[in-house]
Design a protein around this ligand. Structure first.
Ligand code: DC
Length: 228
């Protein structure tokens, strides 16, 4: 079974996706981390960010792996071509580079293929921008999670402070969120938009626990086998 969670940057997708996966006993796939890893590798190898063909070649030939602690289905690390990039992909430099990389059709094609193969290998909560619209249009449950830009900026600043990575300047984070919203929503290839059959949830004034409970209850009601 696939639970698709899409939405803009900072809406709480990662926290919600991980908690739902844990509660449901599913694995979890962070597709944003995949695009971020390609952006990191492109910068590392000096691939121009406006060269779609070269970026696509990189995306098709690289080896992205999620690392797990024994017995935990939620990945703790991500690596690309053997380099652990778990922290490196969360910097402001990657926040900027990932927009053109994820807008390249050649990159998206390679990533979508990979995401479909991973997702269909078991029960997955998959988070991203185009999961319900493009990657898994037949997902059993689709959620579109939003929050106001200001609320998302506050959350991102707190998250960056906790992680010790990325900007903790509220104005800088807010302007980057607004910039990425525009970029993700207006790009020609797989723009950010809710699937027609997605459940839209605005998390601005809600407790995350309530949202997790709502999604898990719905997911359980749609599971193929009763009683799970
Ligand atoms: O969720 P995130 O902020 O880690 O995503 C990083 C970037 O990747 C973001 O700018 C949008 C892009 N992305 C995408 O285009 N499609 C996805 N399925 C996931 C992320």
């Amino acid at each position: 079974m696939i639970v698709a969670i899409d939405g803009p940057s900072g809406a709480g997708k990662s926290s919600v996706a991980k908690a739902c996966a844990k509660t449901l006993g599913f694995s979890c796939l962070d597709t944003g981390a995949m695009y971020r890893s390609i952006a990191w590798l492109a910068l590392e190898r000096g691939v121009p960010l406006d060269d779609g063909a070269a970026l696509g070649q990189l995306a098709r030939s690289c080896d992205i792996r999620f690392g797990h602690v024994e017995g935990d289905p939620i990945p703790k690390t991500v690596s690309i071509d053997g380099a652990d990039v778990t922290s490196a992909i969360r910097t402001a430099r990657i926040d900027k580079a990932v927009s053109p990389v994820s807008a390249a059709p050649e990159v998206r094609e390679a990533m979508v293929e990979l995401q479909r193969a991973v997702g269909r290998s078991g029960d997955y909560v998959v988070e991203g921008r185009d999961i319900g619209t493009v990657v898994f249009p037949d997902a059993e449950l689709k959620v579109f999670l939003t929050a106001s830009p200001e609320e998302r900026a506050h959350r991102r600043v707190r998250q960056n402070a906790d992680r010790g990575v990325g900007s903790i300047d509220y104005d800088e984070v807010l302007s980057d969120i607004v910039r990425r919203d525009g970029y993700d929503s207006n790009r020609a290839e797989s723009p950010l938009r809710p699937a027609e059959d997605a459940l839209s949830i605005d998390s601005t004034d809600r407790y995350i626990e309530d949202i997790i409970a709502e999604i898990c209850a719905l997911a359980r009601s749609r599971m193929p086998q009763a009683g799970r």
